[in-house]
Write a protein that binds this ligand. Structure first.
Ligand SMILES: [Ca+2]
Ligand SMILES: [Ca+2]
Length: 400
């Protein structure tokens, strides 16, 4: 059933009215809006403009304007039998639609000597769309809110008889469902993490929205000067990295884009990452307690003090001697440098004891936590009559 309500003539018009005639009334009636809406039944209901203004279907209002503009073209349809799209794209065999937005596809058969008694849709409709399935009407439609973007070819068929019987005429329409109008929104940001210089890590981002495209960049979020080549997925494998590195990802779809937070990868090395590099060709020598160069220093100790685990290490820079009744103790506070020390600093403390037992060591307050920067450190202590022991405590720790 086609119900036509005219703004000026209102109910005086014949209740049944072909949409074909509608264009003729349009200028006179001054109706600016035409809505085809799937109501309680499968009626096309045409509202007047005031009603549209109160409607919550803003997308319908947009559609309405296109329909009115297209009515002129529709009126030029002539004698041969054909099925023509009235809305939303008058006269076209392509039907534009958008995921998440209401589509009202209306088409009409013209030129046929008889009223169409029944209609059919052949082919799979996009999810969310329904066939209005008009009866005794030369106008039929498909309505609903498509959810999946894509291109869908369907046939609509008008039958002379009821229940899809008798002479029929078929028209193919291509429904093109464009991505929805929601710009991407990030649900899970890529994390900032600490890794060692031999690690690989997967940065991941999650976002909502249709047809998302990803591009990762180096640097602070928003800085697009250094795109990461071929980094166009929701995850990005990075590493091994030799220094702190920042990444972020831009996510785009047809409706907009969003920038992720900056993911800061802080490189903090450890014994394993140092040993992996030192013993790349002999991984069986990697154990902490190993002393493959037989200099009496375990691998772990060589790592901490900064000597090579592969050659005999002598230390000409640590000295102890007497000078003018003072005990002089000197050493070089070595900087952390090279593979395996990213993000770490070397800290020295000088300790003394009277008997060298385990709990007897105390740190000399002026020589506590000296950060190694390749500087020479000299300690002068007056000789005492009693026995004194000194030791150098060396640690690696995360740079402050
Ligand atoms: Ca050694
Ligand atoms: Ca060594």
């Amino acid at each position: 059933m086609v119900v036509v309500v005219d703004a000026t003539e209102n109910m005086k018009l014949p209740y049944y009215k072909k949409i074909k005639h509608y264009g003729k009334y349009l200028p006179k009636a001054g109706i600016t809006s035409l809505i085809l809406n799937k109501g309680a039944a499968t009626h096309f209901v045409v509202y007047e403009s005031q009603f549209v203004a109160a409607s919550t279907f803003t997308s319908v209002v947009k559609w309405t304007a296109a329909t009115v503009a297209g009515l002129g073209a529709y009126d030029s349809v002539s004698g041969a039998t054909q099925i023509t799209q009235i809305a939303p794209s008058s006269g076209s065999s392509t039907v534009p639609a958008k995921a998440g937005e209401l589509l009202n596809l209306v088409y009409q058969i013209t030129g046929a000597p008889h009223r169409a008694r029944s209609w059919a849709v052949i082919g799979e409709l996009p999810e969310g769309l329904n066939h209005l399935n008009s009866t005794n009407s030369n106008t039929d439609g498909i309505t609903g809110i498509p959810s999946e973007p894509g291109t869908y070819n369907i046939k609509v068929r008008a039958y002379k008889g009821s229940n899809n019987s008798g002479y029929n005429y078929t028209k193919t329409f291509t429904i093109e469902v464009a991505p929805g109008s929601s710009p991407p929104s990030i649900t899970n940001q890529p994390q900032s993490i600490k890794i060692s210089s031999v690690d690989k890590v997967n940065l991941k981002v999650s976002a909502s929205g249709n047809n998302l495209q990803y591009q990762w960049f180096n640097g602070e979020s928003g800085d697009t000067s250094i795109p990461v080549p071929s980094a166009t997925n929701s995850s990005l494998e990075v590493g091994p990295l030799s220094s702190d590195t920042k990444y972020w990802v831009k996510i785009t779809n047809a409706s907009g884009s969003v920038n992720s937070n900056t993911s800061k990868l802080k490189i903090i090395d450890n014994y394993n990452s140092w040993a992996e590099k030192q013993f790349a060709s002999n991984p069986e020598l990697m154990a902490r307690e190993n002393d493959s160069d037989e200099d009496g220093l375990t691998n772990e100790l060589e790592y901490v003090i900064g000597s090579s685990p592969k050659k005999h290490s002598i230390d000409p820079e640590t000295n102890i001697y007497l000078e003018n009744s003072n005990l002089i103790f000197s050493f070089k506070a070595k900087k952390t440098d090279g593979d395996g020390y990213s993000g770490l600093e070397r800290i020295y403390s000088v300790q003394e004891s009277n008997d060298a037992t385990q709990d007897s060591w105390t740190t000399l307050s002026s020589y506590s936590e000296i950060t190694g920067n390749d500087q020479d450190v000299t300690i002068s202590r007056p000789l005492s009559s009693s026995k004194k022991y000194y030791r150098l405590k060396v640690q690696l720790r995360e740079k402050s």
